[in-house]
Design a protein around this ligand. Structure first.
Ligand code: NAP
Length: 255
């Protein structure tokens, strides 16, 4: 069932890429935006652009991995304008380290991509449950459909939040909260600019933001795109491990 247009929206990782494109897309008169990122100058530029489109903007550099700081930001945003929609988008894709660096690498990845999602959505869910109204968008990835040798920590972090969101959705709908899991394929952003390998069905970021915004408006449980990449993800999920081992041994590593 379609949801009314959100008037108060929080987006993490809005200083770049998909989060920035979503912020620009949602910016309009009567809309309150709460935006975070790490790069203060880029975040300020996005905030200014959103204000010039008539939105009210609260923008702060908040580390998604800092539980208390994110909780405080969610509370401030909700106090300013009760949140209709929270998009946990901030994420990092670090590729693959040398084996000796695995522990630091996987923990750094999960601190942002998994804990960062928890840090963002849990305080929001508590507030939304109290008024039985709200929507959560979790940005996972088609990379989370299968363990990937090219980026094992990244794929695992996205699998975690994808499964978590899928589990939350039917349960939280009983509390008046809609949950959508967003699974992009390759999108043109700073994250993919570092990829030195061919990226099938690479999509412009504004097109991706449009698909996400329409999917959220339609309260779709899974927003996966582009569709041929989603089919590839499905096939990867079903492929036998022996085939994956064969293919993985021939893939270039993500830098
Ligand atoms: N691009 C793709 O092909 C693709 C595909 C599937 C899923 N995704 C997911 O989409 C999301 C957005 O990525 P993107 O492609 O738009 O990449 P991006 O352009 O690099 O943007 C990532 C955003 O996350 C922010 N961020 C990273 N670490 C953070 C932290 N610790 N605290 C707060 N903010 C942090 C960045 O802030 P700063 O820029 O200020 O550092 C930036 O705003 C990520 O979750 C990513 O995994 C992307």
């Amino acid at each position: 069932m379609a949801l009314p247009p959100p008037r108060s929206i929080l987006i993490t990782g809005a200083s770049s890429g998909i989060g920035e494109a979503l912020a620009r897309r949602y910016a309009a008169p009567g809309v309150a935006l709460a935006l975070t990122g790490r790069d203060a100058a880029r975040l300020a530029a996005v905030a200014d652009a959103a204000r010039s489109r008539g939105a009210t903007v609260l923008a702060e550099t908040v580390d998604a991995a800092d539980r208390d700081a994110v909780a405080a930001f969610v509370a401030r945003a909700d106090a300013a304008a009760p949140l209709d929609l929270v998009i946990a988008n901030a994420g990092i894709g670090l590729g693959r380290p040398e084996p000796a660096g695995l522990d630091a690498h996987v923990r750094a990845t999960f601190a942002v991509n998994v804990d960062g999602v928890f840090n963002t959505i849990h305080p929001a869910i508590a507030l939304m449950a109290g008024r039985r109204h709200g929507q959560i968008g979790i940005v996972a990835s088609i990379a989370g459909y299968r363990g990937l040798a090219t980026a094992p920590a990244y794929a695992a972090s996205k699998a975690a939040v994808k499964a978590y969101g899928e589990g939350l959705r039917p349960w939280l709908s009983g509390h008046g909260i809609a949950v959508s899991v967003i699974n992009p394929g390759f999108v043109v952003t700073r994250m993919t600019a570092r990829n030195a390998f061919p990226m099938p069905f690479l999509m412009p970021v504004d097109k991706a933001a449009g698909i996400i915004a329409r999917g959220l408006a339609g309260n779709k449980g899974r927003i996966a795109f582009p569709w041929p990449m989603a089919v590839v993800g499905w096939l990867l999920a079903a492929a036998p491990q022996g085939l994956m081992d064969f293919v993985a041994a021939r893939l270039p590593a993500k830098r």
